[in-house]
Write a protein of this length. Structure first.
Length: 207
């Protein structure tokens, strides 16, 4: 994959799969590193975030952005929020595409719709733009067990150029907290985007 430059524009989409904390932590870390983030959330993603994290975002886009900038303590104003049906958003066009996109967590529904090119909401459209422009698209699916339809759709995405990065933390570093498990997955997303990070200790790395 092409090396991304020091400060990049990443679209982060949270959909209605369990594991909203992965997406939230990714946004926090990207902003912390000075990257620009476009935050997309599906209607089901909003429900899961409310249920798992107690986070309720306004349906009003101006308020949504204000709330999110406050929540993420985004003093640099690097965070931009978009509605699910906001097809006029710049990043919906290949001429103004983000440098990369991460769908985290990704529901099996969103996986299926990206794999079949539906582009029925902004998340699916931006993912479609990433694939057609040959830019990095990282999909973090969350479901267990997978059925054959899930696996076939994930294979289609992988064959089309997406990186399939399941939310599967490793245990060889003997994690003691949930934060460490989350940081491992988020660190792997940084790795897949060629972005430097210190989110986990690498195998063989000294303290
Ligand atoms: C609490 C909760 C957890 C869910 N977890 C998952 C999940 O882990 N994986 C999944 O594929 N769907 C999950 N779903 C179902 C999706 O939200 C549902 O299929 C939805 O249509 C996905 O829409 P979206 O892809 O537009 O976000 C969950 C739903 C709820 C309410």
């Amino acid at each position: 994959m092409k090396q991304l430059s020091s400060s990049v524009h990443i679209a982060v989409a949270l959909t209605g799969a369990s594991g909203a904390i992965y997406g939230i932590t990714l946004i926090q870390q990207l902003l912390h590193c000075g990257h620009r983030v476009s935050f997309l959330v599906s209607a089901a993603g909003r429900q899961v975030m409310a249920l798992e994290q107690g986070l309720t975002w306004s349906e009003d886009l101006v308020q949504f952005q204000q709330q999110a900038r406050e929540f993420f303590n985004d003093e640099q104003q690097n965070l931009f929020c978009y509605g699910e049906q906001e097809f006029t958003a710049p990043l919906a066009s290949g001429s103004s595409a983000a440098d990369a996109m991460v769908v985290v967590p990704s529901s099996m529904g969103t996986v299926a719709r990206i794999a079949t090119g539906i582009s029925g909401n902004l998340i699916e459209r931006v993912a479609d733009v990433m694939l057609k422009e040959r830019r990095p698209l990282v999909v973090v699916p969350r479901e267990t067990p997978f059925n054959t339809i899930h696996l076939q759709n994930l294979l289609t995405l992988s064959q089309t150029g997406a990186i399939i990065l399941p939310a599967m933390p490793a245990f060889y570093s003997q994690p003691q907290t949930m934060d460490e498990l989350i940081s491992f997955v988020v660190g792997k997303i940084f790795d897949s985007l060629d972005l430097p990070h210190q989110l986990f200790k690498r195998w063989g790395e000294k303290e």
